[in-house]
Design a protein around this ligand. Structure first.
Ligand code: ZN
Length: 235
C-alpha cells in the first residue's frame, strides 16, 4: 500500500504526539520546575541547618529568654515604685527606701542584660552563622513563592493547550484508515522513538541506518514502507 500522502500523515501525527508529550513532560521537567525542585531542596537543607544550630544553642536561648522575662518583671516593679514615688503621701524615710529599691532593681536589670550580652558574645560566631542562614532561608522562601506562581501560570497555560492538541490529534486520526492507526499504535507501544520519517538520501529517517538500493526497493515495496532494521515507516 504505497500511499505517500497517508504515510506522510504518520509524520504529522507523530509531530502532534511529540508536541503533546513535550508539554506534559515540561510540567515535571521544565526549566522553572527543575529550578523550583532544587530550591525546595535548598530550603529544606537550610531549615535543617538552622534547626541543628538552634539545638546547639538551646542553652543560650533558654538563658536569654529567662533573663528577658526577669528584666520585664523587674521593669514592672520599677514602674510601680515610680508611681509610689510620684505620690505625695510618702514620708522621707519611705521615699529613701523606695529610691534604694529602685536603684537595686536597676542594678539587677543591668546584670541580666550584661549576662545576655556576654552570652551573645561567647556564641557570636555561631549566632552570626545562624543569622546568615535565616536570612538566606527568607530569601529562598521569597524566591520559592515567586517561582511557584510562575510555574503555576505555566502549568495553567499547558493545561489549556493540551486538550486542544488532543482534539486536533483525534480529529486527525479519524481520517486514518484503521490499519494505519493500528500500525502507529503498535509501533508506539513498542517504544519506537521515530515511528515515521522521510528518507535522508540512503539513510533511514527513523534509525539512521545506511540502506542499500535493494533494501530501499524492498522498503518501498513493503506494505507500510517499513525499514527492515527499525520497523519505522520510511517515506
Ligand atoms: Zn530504520
Amino acid at each position: 500500500m504505497n500511499e505517500p500522502f497517508l504515510l506522510s500523515n504518520l509524520v504529522e501525527l507523530q509531530d502532534l504526539d511529540n508536541k503533546i508529550y513535550k508539554l506534559i513532560d515540561s510540567k515535571s521537567n521544565g526549566e522553572n520546575v527543575l529550578h523550583l525542585k532544587s530550591m525546595e531542596i535548598n530550603y529544606k537543607e537550610f531549615s535543617e541547618k538552622i534547626t541543628e544550630n538552634k539545638k546547639e544553642l538551646s542553652e543560650f536561648f533558654i538563658k536569654k529568654a529567662d533573663n528577658e522575662k526577669k528584666i520585664i518583671s523587674l521593669e514592672l516593679q520599677i514602674k510601680e515604685i515610680e508611681q509610689k514615688l510620684s505620690g505625695d503621701t510618702l514620708d522621707p524615710s519611705e521615699t529613701l527606701n523606695y529610691s534604694n529599691q529602685k536603684e537595686s532593681l536597676k542594678i539587677q536589670i543591668n546584670k541580666f542584660k550584661l549576662e545576655v550580652e556576654e552570652l551573645k558574645e561567647q556564641n557570636g560566631d555561631q549566632l552570626k552563622v545562624m543569622n546568615d542562614q535565616e536570612n538566606s532561608l527568607e530569601d529562598i522562601k521569597n524566591q520559592l513563592i515567586n517561582l511557584s506562581k510562575i510555574v503555576k501560570n505555566e502549568w495553567d497555560k499547558i493545561d489549556k493547550q493540551i486538550p486542544d492538541l488532543e482534539k486536533e490529534k483525534l480529529e486527525f486520526i479519524s481520517t486514518f484508515p484503521d490499519e494505519l492507526k493500528e500500525l502507529y499504535d503498535n509501533l508506539k507501544k513498542r517504544g519506537l522513538e521515530v515511528i515515521a520519517a522521510y528518507r535522508n538520501d540512503n539513510q533511514c529517517g527513523c534509525c539512521g541506518v545506511e540502506l542499500t538500493s535493494s533494501e530501499i526497493e524492498q522498503i518501498l515495496e513493503s506494505k507500510f514502507q517499513q525499514c527492515s532494521y527499525c520497523d519505522g515507516v520510511v517515506i
